[in-house]
Write a protein that binds this ligand. Sequence first.
Ligand SMILES: [Zn+2]
Ligand SMILES: [Zn+2]
Length: 159
Amino acid sequence: MSDTHRSCRTCHSETQPKPLDPIAGEEKALKVTVHGLTVLTCANGHQQFTRAELPLELLNHLVEEAEPTLPAGEETGLLFKHFLCQSCGQELQPKPDHRHSFSFAPSVPDQPGLRIDLTMPVYRCSACDKEQLHSLKEVRKLTPAALAHAFQTAGIQSG
Ligand SMILES: [Zn+2]
Ligand SMILES: [Zn+2]
């Protein structure tokens, strides 16, 4: 079987690339929504990733490239955690202000229309009013599970 003509792993019939409707997964405070993910689908409705390594590629992109660009406070304190404003260093409010969606368009070769939204609570600094996440570390910890839930809910099999 050549790699350019991929057959369905479940029923071995021919597959076609097809963009999916948005799929979403949540883990605690983080929701990941994947728009326009292209998968390989067969006539029997099975779907699989275009490449086996794609899910890991997307996860790495989010954690290593996208998330470090988000506005995030600084986590301090060993026993009792405090979160300090990225801009002015004042302590952030303990309660989130609202949930905000951050959008990313990773450039992946066989994924032309791909967009990923990360939706999570943002906290306002009472001193300078800047909205930000409590901590990048928290978000990074939740990302693998949230992304996996999105793929599982959509019923995509590994390619
Ligand atoms: Zn099939
Ligand atoms: Zn501030």
